[in-house]
Structures are given as C-alpha cells and as structure tokens.
Design a protein around this ligand. Structure first.
Ligand SMILES: [Zn+2]
Length: 237
C-alpha cells in the first residue's frame, strides 16, 4: 500500500482512478444469497467491470457455434456445471478485452480451487491481484426457499413468484415475455447444487481467509443493509 500512498501524494485529485485501478474483487455466496445484486451495486459504485460467470455462459449458449451448442447442452438441457476448460476459454475472451485501468468484480467464479488458481494466474499476467474477497453467507433452508420462488423471463429478468408474478401463466411485468423456472431451480436440483457449491468453494474461502482478505457478510438482512455492511467492511481493509 506504500505505492498507493505515494501516488496519492503526487496526484491528490486523482484518488478515484487510483483506487479503481487497484480494486479487483471476488464475490462469493450461494445462488439466492443476493450476490449478483450486490456485485452490480459495487460495479456501479466503483466503476468496476462486472464479470458475471452465469451471464457470460448463458450468452455463449445462445451462439450458433460448437462451443455455444456444447454450453447450451450442459446448462440448459442437462442442468450441469460447465467444465473448467470452457470457463477458462470464456473468461480469457472477456478479460483480454478489458482496459487496464478498469477494476474487476468476479461474480460466480471461482467456484473451485482450480478455478481460483486459473484466475490468480490470469490476473497476475494482467499485472493485477485480488484485493478483497466478499463471502455472503445464507443458511441452506433460506437459500432453497428463495431459489424455489425464482422465475425468469425470456430476457433474463429475475422474478419472484408470489411477489413480482402471481401465477405460472403470467407474463413478465417488465417486458411482457413468457416466464419459466430455470431447469436447475427445482428444490432437488438446488439442494444438489448447494452441496457441490459448499464442498468446492470451501478451499477457496479457506485460502482467502489465510491471505487475510476475506470479508464475511450475513446475507439474511435486506439488500440495502447487506450493501451497507459490505461497503463498511471493504473500507476497513
Ligand atoms: Zn422480462
């Protein structure tokens, strides 16, 4: 951090740019923990590139290419996790195009030690490092409860059944398109996915705790309260 202090003494009016340059964050947490919403908030607040793995893969799945078809088969038909080689290929394409002064927030990746190693290696090549890792915790029963109410429309608007829409035959209130539940949002699939998530991400969380950059957040309060908690703890680091 001495370098940061030095830069700030030379360019006192350039704080934001300097701070952004050094800000590369990972946000972890099970689906349904509100991690995507919080990642978006942080990306806007600090001008970060939001690297959302699920969205990147869903976009690739729409492409009429061999990779697109393979990803579509895996995520939309089998409801499985995409293999690391594909994750790396998609991330390489995304990260290689990023301006060097723009910070990054990784959302939905790394989900395992091998993905963590890849990201560390990749961003080191870009002259960056991870400064903070936010882990949003949510009890399993609450995650299942939240996710089984989650529906999406053709344009990926996320809708809560019973709140945003009242029945399965309703159209999206935002864009009017058809709504459906994602294939992996049934209680059984959610349970399996959570078990895999906790088993695979535990070493990642342990690693960053060991590095002293893990920020643990309780995901149960409202979106606003969770945001405030994150901002308070990020500033403290
Ligand atoms: Zn919609």
């Amino acid at each position: 951090m001495d370098l940061l202090k030095k830069l700030r003494s030379i360019y006192p009016n350039c704080k934001l740019r300097i701070a952004n340059y050094f800000m590369n964050i990972i946000i972890l947490g099970p689906q349904g923990s509100g991690k995507g919403t919080q990642a978006k908030m942080l990306a806007e607040k600090f001008g970060l590139e939001h690297v959302e793995m699920g969205k990147l893969l869903r976009d690739v799945a729409k492409l009429d290419s061999p990779l697109g078809k393979k990803v579509h088969e895996t995520i939309n038909i089998q409801g499985k996790l995409v293999e690391n080689r594909v994750i790396e290929e998609v991330l390489d394409a995304k990260l290689d195009g990023l301006p060097s002064e723009k910070g990054i927030i990784f959302d939905g990746v790394p989900r395992s030690e091998s993905q963590r190693e890849y990201i560390e290696r990749k961003i080191a090549q870009m002259g960056r490092k991870i400064e903070s890792v936010i882990d949003i915790n949510l009890p399993e029963e609450e995650t299942i409860e939240r996710l089984s109410k989650r529906w999406v429309c053709e344009n990926e608007h996320v809708l809560i059944m019973g709140k945003d829409v009242k029945g399965v035959n309703e159209k999206c209130p935002i864009c009017g398109s058809e709504i459906r539940q994602r294939i992996d949002d049934t209680p059984e699939r959610i349970k399996t996915r959570l078990d895999i998530y906790h088993k695979d991400t535990k070493p990642v969380i342990d690693y960053y705790r060991g590095q002293g950059i893990l920020i643990e957040i309780d995901g149960r309060p409202s979106i606003k309260e969770v945001s405030e908690d994150i901002l308070k703890k990020i500033k403290r680091i």
